[in-house]
Design a protein around this ligand. Structure first.
Ligand code: AHR
Length: 624
């Protein structure tokens, strides 16, 4: 192939192109990124969390009593906080029985590492007592233990540090009262001290690091469908997710499980800051998922108009929580949580894949106008609704165009063939209209699988996003995380279990783009000897420049079953270092294990590059 770069036609593109989409789907939050190791720590799992009503899904889920002469019941007579109404009561006649938490498919600990245990306790019959807390491995026996005093007759927070004597993945938490009597327990928590950046109530370090390694420019949260919820009562309300953990409001997760809200808005903002990414919260546009009603009576509706002013205020308050100074009501709450400095929020998504109806439009308009009036500094991202085979975004775009919404969120999950054949999707977009945030996309094989071919289709499509980086401002692959054995959606970018993180090939494509972003696009032409469209569509190039480092980054995707020998002509751009790093992801298109491999290649104003069959190559050239 003859590849000719046209530096004189360079244009600025978004420097926010690659970010991540975080949704609490597939146990991505509790049992995932959120570092908590105890499942159902607050005894708030409810039968109604799950469709199909699994009978074991109740306040005792993940807990069991072993031993005799004791009972374990759930009470709600005098909770620590009304938002966390259930707690456990252990009635010990003869000491010996233990209350056990199974964690999320067990608990994994590492030898020598410290774990912060905490609990609220209250003696119900008022005598002195002690509680033995142990980490016990099924195979390896007791790995850590501590004893805490539980003589208090009012709810009191207690804590102990447990140091694991060995590594194990089959651990459970065991609590054994040392005296007889009735003891109330709630908010039982176990956190590794080594959370990401050692944050209290922080993130699981290895998963957080994998996300950070993408170098995402932004993190969208908390969804997806989780943002707008399953009926009005299930709309994600950010105010329920801040403050002390015992006062947060847990709720049903639209993906058929439970959200503890331990990973809440403060933690999301903190995480974004910790990885140098812009926070992009997405709030409901006053309507739940597909405008679903509260009572399951089939009616479609939104938040009653009489309640919309309060709802709009909640969203304005969110901006104050993120950015207001400490003298403001919500800025003060952020400071109390440990972050007096603003989080520098710049974007808010309003709506997620909603049905574009009058009900939607009326509520979206209210929120949008209020945001524009009170917070013109915030870029609002609207939604253009769902995109399924045979549908289009017309109604959503009409609303956005009429209201001059600065950016809209588009979603599509399609086959590799669709991505290969639609590389011109944004070439045709009207530059005078809203910018685009491609908030969810992934190439799927039938059966929702992923492999090198789907990842390369995404890499190829991303060359077209860079080319259209003047209209496409942001993009995020979706979903991000999936816990093995608890996956509602496939494919996902990163799979994991308690001790392993398993990035997919799609992850490496995102990482190569995230780590090699630019803010200037240099058009280029590719001339292949075989000019059949079916062939030419399978080779893509994008050349960008990072104006900070002045590095020139050449990305080349080859989805052909043969290698493509390329002569690259940089047309006068002078190369400062004749050695450049080339990173190549290649392999069997049906394979799932390809990893990027780095090598050094020789570059000059004119150079050759061999693109292996089924490969994605990134060449980083120094020009300064
Ligand atoms: O990414 C999974 C789901 O796909 C999101 O929650 C939703 O927005 C979309 O339908």
């Amino acid at each position: 192939a003859a590849i000719t770069v046209e530096p004189q036609k360079a244009k600025p593109i978004s420097d926010m192109l690659v970010g991540v989409f975080f949704e609490d789907i597939n146990y991505a939050a509790d049992g995932g990124l959120y570092g908590e190791l105890i499942q159902n720590r607050d005894f708030e799992y409810q039968l109604t969390d799950k469709k199909g009503r699994d009978k074991s899904w109740n306040s005792t889920h993940s807990w069991k009593l072993t031993g005799d002469n004791s009972t374990f019941t759930i009470d709600s007579v005098s909770p620590i906080h009304p938002n966390n109404s259930h707690y456990a009561v252990l009635n010990t006649q003869v000491p010996g029985a233990a209350l056990i938490n199974a964690g999320f498919d067990g608990i994994a600990v590492k030898a020598g590492e410290k774990y912060n245990f905490s609990v609220f306790t209250k003696q119900l019959n008022g005598h002195a007592g002690k509680l033995l807390v142990r980490l016990v491995s099924d195979k390896g026996g007791v790995l850590a233990q501590a004893t805490i005093n539980v003589a208090n007759t009012q709810w009191k927070a207690q804590a102990a540090v447990l140091t694991a004597s060995a590594s194990a993945t089959d651990v459970h938490l065991e609590l054994t009262p040392q005296t007889s009597g009735r003891l109330a327990l709630d908010m039982l928590s176990l956190f590794p001290q080594k959370t990401f950046k050692s944050r209290k109530n922080g993130m699981r370090a290895d998963l957080a690091q994998a996300i950070a390694d993408i170098h995402p420019r932004f993190v969208r949260f908390p969804g997806g469908c989780v943002s707008h919820g399953d009926g009005l009562a299930n709309i994600y309300r950010w105010k329920n997710t801040i403050g002390t953990l015992e006062a947060r409001k847990p709720q049903r997760n639209i993906w058929n499980y439970h959200q503890s809200a331990g990973l809440g808005y403060f933690e999301y903002f903190q995480f974004c800051e910790d990885i140098g990414a812009q926070p992009v919260p997405v709030v409901a546009a006053g309507v739940p998922c597909q405008n679903s009603s509260t009572g399951g009576n089939g009616q479609q509706g939104g938040i009653p108009m009489s309640e919309m002013n309060a709802y709009v205020q909640d969203i304005l308050d969110l901006v104050e929580y993120a950015n207001g100074d400490v003298s403001t009501t919500w800025g003060k709450k952020r400071a109390e949580a440990g972050h007096p400095k603003p989080f520098n929020l710049k974007y808010i998504g309003i709506g997620n894949e909603d049905l574009i109806t009058d009900v939607f439009e009326e509520r979206f308009a209210m929120i949008y106008k209020a945001m524009k009036r009170v917070h013109p500094e915030i870029t609002v991202i609207g939604t253009v609704g769902p995109f399924f085979e045979g549908t289009d975004y017309d109604e959503g775009w009409d609303v956005a165009t009429r209201m001059h919404v600065p950016m809209v969120d588009e979603h599509y999950y399609e086959t590799s063939g669709w991505f290969i054949n639609n590389q011109d999707f944004y070439d045709k977009y009207d530059r005078s209209k809203s910018k685009v945030y491609l908030g969810e996309y992934a190439a799927h094989l039938p059966g929702s699988k992923t492999n090198l071919e789907t990842a390369l289709a995404e890499a190829l499509y991303l060359t077209s996003l860079e080319r259209n980086g003047d209209v496409v401002s942001m993009s995020s692959y979706a979903p991000l995380l999936a816990r093995e054995g608890h996956t509602q959606w496939n494919p996902d970018m990163i799979y994991f279990n308690n001790s392993e993180v398993k990035p997919t090939v799609a992850y490496y494509v995102q990482q190569l783009y995230g780590q090699n972003a630019g803010n200037q696009y240099l058009p280029s032409t590719v001339a292949l000897s075989d000019t059949h469209t079916a062939v030419t569509k399978r080779v893509g190039i994008s050349v960008v420049r990072d104006s900070q480092t002045q590095d020139l980054i050449v990305k080349l995707a080859n989805l052909l079953p043969v290698a493509v020998h390329s002569n690259v002509d940089l047309k006068g751009i002078s190369v400062a270092n004749q050695k450049a790093v080339a990173t190549i992801l290649q392999g069997n298109p049906a394979g799932k294990d390809a990893k990027p491999v780095e090598s050094t290649i020789n570059v000059a104003n004119k150079f050759t590059a061999d693109l292996p069959a089924y490969s994605f190559t990134v060449i980083r050239i120094k020009t300064k």
